[in-house]
Design a protein around this ligand. Structure first.
Ligand code: B1M
Length: 210
C-alpha cells in the first residue's frame, strides 16, 4: 500500500494521530504537497462522503474524519504557502449563511493565500451583511462564496443582491464554488465565475482580476 493510501485510510478511520504520522512520512518521502492533499486527505474524505450518503457512516464519524483531514492539511500547509509574494489583491472568502461546511473553503483559502492573494476568511454560516461589511472594510477586489448544500447555495444570490444594493457590485468580482454549485447556476445568479476545485479557483481569480 502506498503512503497516500495510508493517509486515505487514516482519514476514513478518523485517526488524527495516525494521519499525522502518515503525512510526515509522505513529506519525508518527498510526495508533492498537493498530491498529499488531493490523493490522500481528500480521497479519504470522498470515501467518507459516499458512506455518509448511503447511511454507512454517521455525523460523529464524519466529523472525526473531517478533523483528521484538517489536521493533515495543517501539516502540509506550510509547504504550499509561498514566501514573499506580491499581493495580487484582497479576497473575502466564506461559506454562506446556514451552511457549516468549512473544509473545502479552507482549501480554497490555502490556494489563494499561496498564490499571492490577501485572504480574509470570514468563516462559515456567514450572514449576508458580514460579506458586504467585509468588502467595504477591506476594500476587497473579490468575494468568494462556498456552499455545500442545495438549500444554502441559494444564499449566494442574496449576497450578490446585497452587494448590488450597497453599490459595491461594479467594484468587486464574485466567484462561487462547492459541490452542488455549477457554472450554469453561477450564470443564473449573476456571479462572475464558478470553480469546481481549489486549484481552478485560483486560476479563475487570476483571470478575473488580471
Ligand atoms: Co455534510 N453534507 N451535512 N457535513 N457533508 C454533504 C455536503 C452531503 C453531500 C453528504 C451526502 O449526503 N452525501 C450532503 C449535502 C446534500 C445536498 O444538499 N446536496 C450533506 C448534508 C445533507 C449535511 C447535513 C444536512 C446532515 C444532517 O445533519 N442531516 C448537515 C448540514 C449542516 C449545515 O451545514 N447546516 C451536514 C453536516 C456536516 C458535518 C458538520 C458533519 C461535516 C462538516 C464539517 C466541517 O466542514 N467542519 C459534513 C461533511 C464533512 C460532509 C461531507 C461528507 C464532506 C464535505 C467535505 O469536507 N468535502 C459531504 C459529502 C461530500 O462532499 N462528499 C457532506 C471535502 C472538501 C475538500 O470538498 O467541500 O466539496 P468540498 O470542497 C471542494 C470543492 O467543492 C471546491 O473546492 C474544494 C476543494 O477542491 N470548493 C470551492 C468548495 N468551495 C469552493 C469555493 C470556491 C471554489 C471552489 O470559490 C470561492
Amino acid at each position: 500500500m502506498s503512503v497516500l493510501e495510508y493517509i486515505k485510510n487514516s482519514v476514513i478511520a478518523g485517526d488524527d494521530e495516525q494521519v499525522l504520522k502518515d503525512v510526515k512520512m509522505a513529506i519525508d518521502m518527498k510526495e508533492e504537497p498537493l498530491s498529499i492533499i488531493n490523493d490522500g486527505l481528500i480521497a479519504g474524505m470522498n470515501v467518507v462522503g459516499a458512506r455518509f450518503k448511503v447511511g454507512d457512516m454517521f455525523v460523529p464519524e464524519v466529523l472525526m474524519a473531517a478533523q483528521t483531514m484538517a489536521a493533515g492539511v495543517e501539516l502540509v500547509k506550510p509547504l504550499i504557502a509561498a514566501g514573499d509574494m506580491p499581493n495580487k489583491g484582497t479576497i473575502i472568502l466564506g461559506t454562506v449563511k446556514g451552511d457549516l461546511h468549512d473544509i473545502g473553503k479552507q482549501l480554497v483559502a490555502i490556494m489563494f493565500d499561496s498564490n499571492g492573494y490577501n485572504v480574509v476568511d470570514v468563516g462559515f454560516d456567514v450572514p449576508t451583511e458580514k460579506f458586504v461589511e467585509a468588502v467595504k472594510e477591506h476594500n476587497a477586489e473579490l468575494v468568494g462564496m462556498s456552499a455545500l448544500l442545495t438549500t444554502t447555495m441559494l444564499e449566494m444570490k442574496t449576497v450578490i443582491d446585497a452587494l448590488e444594493a450597497a453599490g459595491l457590485r461594479d467594484s468587486v468580482k464574485v466567484l462561487i464554488g462547492g459541490a452542488p454549485v455549477t457554472a450554469e447556476f453561477g450564470e443564473e445568479i449573476g456571479a462572475d465565475g464558478y470553480a469546481p476545485d481549489a486549484g481552478s479557483a485560483t486560476e479563475l481569480a487570476d483571470t478575473l482580476l488580471g
